[in-house]
Design a protein around this ligand. Structure first.
Ligand code: BGC
Length: 490
């Protein structure tokens, strides 16, 4: 395990804000607007907690890096927030676009002048901030993994409240609108140009299917823009795929570091394995949630119409590594396809299992559930890693963790999941790293602060990092001594 990457992972919106004097607020994301929208708060779509009361990693990053170092970690994953770098639109910066016979963008030309113009628009202080953060990580000997998009979009590109009230007419329509691809590629090129000396691994997206499923197919879960629109979902899928591939090309112009994508690969199991319809439901779940992106970006097999008919589009086959975020499984049963435009969405999570459990309870299979209600299912990390491994690229577990404020389940969760991960490695999966979500507590999107994922608890008044000792020790020992240590200590 000599060169295995052990790390922790954070995203920008969920960790950065929270300095007591409100100095480092970023009020320019879609999520910023979303979580304070009165309709959302009144209808319990969001918690009412606000990110500016949060963790303050923006100012306390040196403390957090030190904590990670003391755990014995050698890798750190973070997001550079697009809206911080470009608080105002970049539309005016020229970039030439070529299309293929399907009308998809196959090339975006980023010239030296493009970068110089972008440099004029970028926030100097935010560029300096992220340089300082990355430099500090390097000084401490970490390998750096940088994600370019972890759910949030600049408000100038996506106004979720406007989209909800007028999906077709809204001005800033996020991933529904193809122009987001071009802007994302400008941002990616700029970041690679500015930071390639400090970044060891790039990821374009974190969990693009979550954006689709929660944002466009489940308006009751509190994810922007919170509309029910299968046709928008389809466009968001294809646009994110193209954005990944074109960002890949752009990053490669300025950086030698591998470029990957982070997916949450969820193994799905039929509720009744002897019922052929439930079996079909699990296959459809796997295809829709896991394979669309994996097939397209690794093999160039693209289901453009979302009807299982894949066409070969080589310019989308761009990927050096697969990031896999694993928390729990899905157990599904068959339902008639919910949307005619998406015939493969013919499943529903069976109550009590996977993501459909009750907080702090047990699943029908007697597995404990987290504060979030998610079932603890270690074998799932094995199965999801084996899915990723089929594509022949190096795999990194880019997130794994549990919401457990009292730290009752977490120590065993970590050990059992790492053990299953190592079993996958023994069985041939090329897994090269494991990142825990998360070093500290975080702002859990629509759920706010009540869901606690941290190895370190954060006191939201003083911002003090307080170890959840059992988990801190467990992770530290795994990292420094290997899994065998628990056998010695009984
Ligand atoms: C997301 C994180 C989130 C975590 C726990 C992951 O899927 O990438 O942003 O906090 O799940 O819900």
């Amino acid at each position: 395990m000599g060169d295995f990457y052990w790390g922790v992972v954070q995203s920008a919106f969920q960790f950065e804000m929270g300095d007591p004097y409100r100095r480092n607020i970023d009020a320019r994301t879609d999520w910023w607007r979303w979580v304070r929208d009165p309709f959302n708060i009144k209808n319990d779509l969001v918690s009412g907690d606000l990110p500016e009361d949060g963790i303050n990693n923006y100012e306390l990053y040196e403390i957090d890096h030190r904590l990670a170092k003391d755990l014995g970690l050698n890798a750190y994953q973070l997001t550079i927030e697009w809206s911080r770098i470009f608080p105002c639109p970049t539309f005016g910066v020229e970039a030439e676009v070529d299309r293929d016979s399907y009308g998809l963008i196959k090339r975006i030309k980023i010239k030296k002048e493009t970068l110089e113009e972008l440099d004029g628009l970028a926030s100097r202080s935010e560029v300096a901030h992220y340089r300082a953060v990355l430099k500090n990580l390097k000084k401490l000997g970490f390998s750096t993994f940088v994600t370019l998009n972890h759910q949030t979009l600049p408000l100038w590109l996506h106004d979720p409240i406007e989209v909800r009230s007028n999906p077709d007419g809204a001005r800033a329509r996020g991933w529904i609108d193809e122009k987001s691809i071009v802007e994302f590629v400008k941002f990616s090129a700029y970041i690679a140009w500015k930071f390639s000396d400090l970044v060891d691994f790039w990821a374009t997206f974190d969990e693009p299917m979550v954006t689709v499923e929660l944002g466009y197919l489940a308006p009751y879960v509190g994810w922007p823009p919170g509309i029910l629109s299968p046709s928008a979902a389809k466009r968001v899928i294809i646009n994110q795929m193209v954005a990944h591939a074109r960002a890949y090309d752009a990053i490669k112009e300025f950086s030698k570091a591998p470029v990957g994508i982070i997916l949450n690969i969820i193994p799905a199991y039929p509720l009744n394995p002897r019922d052929e319809w439930d079996v079909k439901a699990a296959e459809n779940y796997d295809y829709f949630h896991n394979r669309l992106f994996l097939n397209a970006l690794n093999d160039g097999r693209v289901d453009l119409e979302l009807n299982w008919e894949e066409v070969k589009i080589n310019h989308l086959a761009r990927n050096d590594w697969i990031g896999n975020n694993y928390y729990t499984r899905e157990v599904v049963k068959w339902v008639e396809p919910k949307f005619k435009e998406l015939p493969m969405v013919s499943f529903v999570g069976a109550e009590g299992y996977g993501y459909s459990g009750n907080p702090m309870g047990v699943s029908p299979d007697n597995n404990p559930t987290s504060d979030f209600g998610w079932e603890v299912y270690p074998k799932g990390i094995y199965d999801s890693t084996m899915i990723a491994a089929e594509y022949g690229k190096p795999v990194y577990i880019t997130e794994n963790g549990i919401a457990d404020s009292k730290d009752i389940l977490r120590p065993r969760y970590i050990v059992s999941h790492v053990r299953e991960l190592f079993r996958a490695i023994e069985n041939g999966a090329d897994v090269r790293g494991y990142f825990h979500w998360a070093l500290t507590d975080n702002y859990e999107w629509a759920m706010g602060f009540k869901i606690r994922f941290g190895l370190y608890e954060v006191d939201l008044i003083t911002k003090e990092r307080i170890p959840r000792r059992k988990s801190v020790e467990t992770y530290r020992k795994i990292v420094t001594e290997g899994l065998g240590y628990e056998n010695d200590s009984g």
